[in-house]
Design a protein around this ligand. Structure first.
Ligand code: ZN
Length: 332
């Protein structure tokens, strides 16, 4: 039986060192208890040596960051390059002080560079169109092959990584933009020097802009009794005529049988490449001289009705290797 007097005897019987040890243990338990109640176990999070916050769950926080790096939070993101990764250090945080996982996540990821992944359809190694998925590129190329597009052997797919998004196209748009028809041999006999059939579209290799805006009053091609070698665009007298393409003025003046531009009235002839010559006829005024260089869009003359003409209009004629081609294959 343990009685109080027995206990006293036991305590008295203990040596001083043992008593001290017991007091020490009680003290430690008390201190740990106090710490447990008023502090919580956390991790300080630092970025570049600077503390940016505290977390109680470093595993989860780091997982969130890793997930973001691996796939971002948007469409077709390849990965996100984050400059610096956070460092974690165990520490005690006073109860009531807030941890801020969301803020830390924001700080770490906001410095990131997003890399997008998409695919370029190439023709002759030149990037022509962009799609989001490899299968889109593949299916566009297969469709072009099925349609026997003349460029189908030169098409390829390149995987792109870029910090900027491209303008993504649908499979259908890619197919219609990249499709190149086999040149149709027109059965109709074309008089030498005369216009080619309207269905033949030659690649001029020159970029064109509209010389004026207005109403088409006469189309290119066969007209009563003659072949119309240009496109007539009706517009008020004085309307500014812009150079459709840059080039050198080979003739600017009144057309006659002597200079070979009989009936054209005041005409500007611009050589835009070794193959392409563009004529602007029936002008009321000319603003350029023979031999002068003109840039695309530069005003070179004004609409009129000089020469053989029945009203104010621009006769716009494009010649490719000496033969008139249909301007409406390129403009209007
Ligand atoms: Zn005409």
């Amino acid at each position: 039986m343990i009685t109080i007097s027995n206990l006293k005897k036991i305590i008295i019987g203990l040596r001083n060192t043992t008593k001290f040890a017991i007091i020490l243990v009680i003290a430690v338990v008390l201190i740990v208890g106090i710490i447990k109640v008023s502090y919580k176990q956390t991790y300080s999070v630092s970025l570049n040596g600077e503390i940016i916050g505290y977390t109680q769950d470093k595993v989860n926080l780091q997982k969130r960051i890793n997930d973001y790096i691996n796939s971002g939070d948007g469409d077709n993101i390849a990965f996100v390059e984050v400059k610096d990764m956070p460092e974690y250090k165990a520490c005690l945080l006073k109860n009531g002080m807030q941890t801020n996982d969301d803020e830390i996540f924001e700080k770490v990821t906001s410095s990131g560079t997003t890399y997008y992944k998409y695919y370029a359809i190439t023709e002759d190694n030149e990037e022509k169109a962009y799609v989001k998925e490899f299968t889109d590129a593949e299916s566009a190329i297969n469709q072009l092959k099925d349609k026997k597009s003349t460029n189908s052997e030169k098409l390829g797919i390149v995987e792109k990584y870029s910090t900027t998004q491209a303008e993504y196209k649908t499979v259908d748009t890619c197919v219609s933009e990249l499709y190149k028809e086999k040149k149709v041999v027109v059965a109709q006999k074309i008089p030498s020097g005369g216009p080619t059939g309207p269905s033949v579209k030659t690649d001029l290799g020159v970029s064109l802009v509209k010389p004026i805006s207005g109403v088409i009053s006469s189309r290119f091609g066969v007209r009563w009794r003659d072949n119309h070698k240009g496109l007539d665009i009706a517009a008020p007298k004085g309307t500014a005529i812009k150079a459709s393409a840059a080039g050198t003025v080979t003739f600017a003046g009144y057309g006659s049988s002597t200079n070979g531009y009989s009936g054209y009235g005041n005409v500007v002839v611009v050589k835009s490449s070794s193959s392409v010559v563009i004529l602007y006829a029936h002008c009321s005024a000319l603003y350029v001289k023979t031999g002068q260089k003109v840039s695309q869009g530069q005003v070179i003359g004004a609409v009129g009705s000089t020469g053989i003409s029945t009203g104010n209009h621009l006769h716009f004629e494009i010649r490719y290797n000496g033969r008139a081609v249909n301007p409406q294959n390129y403009l209007y």
